[in-house]
Write a protein that binds this ligand. Structure first.
Ligand SMILES: [Fe+2]
Ligand SMILES: [Fe+2]
Length: 311
């Protein structure tokens, strides 16, 4: 494909994102919440995401409680990452200020949607907080994390962002599993988030490939290391949250939990969080396809061996 048709093709893709974004646009109260409340009789995350089977010592009721804790952390985790994703999108939009106005509009809509999603996830956190026992904590400063992430190269941040926005699609597909115990309200959170995230993943890829084309082999090679550092930083957050959520479960589940079981519960939380926030995206076929089109085999092996340490 020559350069002109390449440019035309990507311009069409930005335009299609705008069209879809307009068509699927939703409102937090009118479309997602619709006056409903969360009910602790339901699971908030499906078993395929909460990894209910990994919590081998827990009863069915306790596994449901685990899915509710994880649901609250889900809202908090997305509120966290969408802070830096939005800042990066606004920064990238500058490349289009006096250029492709279609691309600019697509990124402005992307940013607007991420601000709305953060508001949705803050609301979900508060609403879940209303029905669960006191004592839950998510002690991560959104702005501090965003500053640290944005200190890395754009290539690395876009890689992590594509990974995240692709796994929201997989999460949605898991949530449409026929499980009558699954909260209809939480299912709608997955559904409506997925509707807008699908365009974000396309835009991430367009921007990543565009940005990559301007990099030297040397810069890209150090960006690969920074991508690995970002994944490790995400894992650090997941480790701390698995400990916090395991401790919260143990303190509020209503029975005595001995030390060995408490450690096993924490380990199961960490396994679930690594699946939700790292491996489900890293194993996404499209992520692998885009990533491998940008890097060398040696760089691919470096990434794979870093991911393999997180099991
Ligand atoms: Fe989002
Ligand atoms: Fe997004």
């Amino acid at each position: 494909m020559n350069l002109i048709s390449n440019i035309r093709d990507s311009s069409d893709r930005y335009a299609r994102c705008i069209q879809t974004s307009k068509r699927v646009r939703w409102d937090i109260d009118k479309d997602v919440i619709r006056g409903r409340k969360f009910d602790t009789a339901h699971k908030f995350l499906p078993d395929g995401l909460s990894l209910a089977d990994a919590f081998t010592t827990l009863s069915a009721d306790e596994k449901r409680f685990v899915s509710q804790i994880q649901g609250r952390t889900y809202a908090n985790f997305f509120g966290l990452v969408e802070r830096f994703i939005n800042a990066k999108v606004l920064e990238l939009s500058e490349d289009h200020w006096f250029g492709d106005q279609v691309a600019l509009e697509a990124l402005v809509r992307f940013s607007d949607e991420e601000l709305k999603h953060q508001a949705l996830f803050r609301l979900v956190d508060a609403m879940v907080g209303d029905v669960l026992p006191r004592g839950y904590r998510f002690d991560v400063d959104h702005n501090e994390v965003a500053h640290a992430v944005l200190g890395k190269s754009t290539w690395a941040v876009l890689g992590l962002t594509l990974d995240i926005e692709l796994f929201t699609q997989l999460h949605y597909r898991q949530s449409i599993d026929a499980d009558p115990q699954l909260s209809e309200l939480f299912k709608d959170v997955f559904l409506f988030h997925w509707k807008e995230e699908s365009q974000h993943a396309i835009l991430d890829e367009l921007e990543w490939v565009r940005h990559d084309a301007g990099l030297t082999a040397e810069k890209r090679d150090s960006a690969v290391d920074e991508f690995i550092e970002l994944v490790a930083a995400v894992d650090g957050i997941l480790q701390a949250q698995a400990k916090a959520d395991g401790g919260y479960f143990t303190a509020t589940c209503g029975r005595a939990v001995h030390e060995a079981e408490a450690r096993a519960i924490e380990a199961a939380f960490l396994k679930a969080y690594r699946w939700q926030y790292i491996h489900s995206g890293a194993q996404h076929p499209h992520f692998g396809k885009v990533l491998s089109s940008l890097i060398t085999e040696d760089q691919g092996r470096r990434i794979q061996s870093a991911l393999a340490t997180l099991h």
